[in-house]
Design a protein around this ligand. Structure first.
Ligand SMILES: [Mg+2]
Ligand SMILES: [Zn+2]
Length: 202
C-alpha cells in the first residue's frame, strides 16, 4: 500500500467531525474506468471501478456533501451532446442511490481546453461556484480526490481562494504537483476512512 499513514487519514476525519464540509470527487479514473484516447460517450462506456459502490457508501457517510467535478471537453468538441452526458450522470446517480450512497450533484465543464473557461480543472470554478451557493459549508475543509495532476492543482488553486482544500490522489499518476496523500484507489481511501470512523465512535 502506497497510501500515507492511517494516522494522517484519521486526522482528516477527526478535523471534520460535526462540520459541514464537501468531498469533491473527480469522475474518470476515480469512479469509472478511463476510456484511453476517447471519452465515455454513452452509458455502455461507463464502467465503475472495482469497489466504488461500497467506497461511496463509506465516503458519503463521512462527508455531509459529496459533489463530482469533471472535465468533459468531448461535449465542447461535438463528440457528444450535453444531453448524452447528463443522461449518463442521471443513470450513475440512480445507481449510487440504489447502492445506498448519496452524491448531491455531478458538475461538468463541457468547454474545450482552448476556450480557457473558468471551470475546467485545474481551474477551481465549478467547486468555487458550488461553495458560494452553499455558504453554510466550511469551504476551507474541502477535500478533493482525483487521479491526475490537474485534480491536485485544482485543489491547490481552490485553497488559494478559500483558505484550504486537501488534495488526495488515487492511482499511480506521476505528477509535478504534490498531493497531501496518495492511495491505490477510491476503495483504498474508503477503507482507511472507515477504520478512522470506527476509531471516532469508540
Ligand atoms: Mg480523472
Ligand atoms: Zn469550463
Amino acid at each position: 500500500m502506497r497510501s500515507s499513514a492511517t494516522s494522517d487519514v484519521c486526522d482528516l476525519v477527526a478535523e471534520r467531525v460535526g462540520l459541514e464540509w464537501c468531498l469533491f470527487l473527480d469522475r474518470d479514473g476515480v469512479l469509472n474506468r478511463r476510456v484511453v484516447g476517447d471519452y465515455v460517450r454513452s452509458w455502455s462506456d461507463f464502467e465503475l471501478l472495482p469497489g466504488v459502490e461500497a467506497a461511496l457508501r463509506t465516503l458519503t457517510r463521512w462527508a455531509p456533501h459529496t459533489v463530482v467535478i469533471t472535465n468533459q471537453q468531448g461535449v465542447g468538441k461535438g463528440l457528444m451532446s450535453p444531453e448524452q452526458l447528463e443522461s449518463i450522470h442521471a443513470r450513475f446517480l440512480e445507481q449510487v442511490t440504489a447502492a445506498g450512497a448519496r452524491i448531491e450533484s455531478v458538475l461538468s465543464c463541457m468547454h474545450r481546453e482552448d476556450e480557457a473557461c473558468a471551470c475546467r480543472k485545474p481551474r477551481p470554478g465549478l467547486a468555487l461556484t458550488w461553495l458560494r451557493e452553499h455558504p453554510g459549508v466550511a469551504a476551507a475543509r474541502s477535500v478533493m480526490v482525483g487521479d491526475a495532476a490537474s485534480d491536485v492543482a485544482m485543489a491547490h488553486n481552490l485553497a488559494e481562494i478559500t483558505g484550504g482544500c486537501t488534495a488526495l490522489l488515487v492511482g499511480d499518476a506521476v505528477t509535478d504537483v504534490r498531493p497531501d496523500a496518495r492511495f491505490d484507489s477510491l476503495a483504498d481511501l474508503a477503507a482507511h476512512v472507515d477504520n478512522c470512523m470506527k476509531g471516532e465512535t469508540r
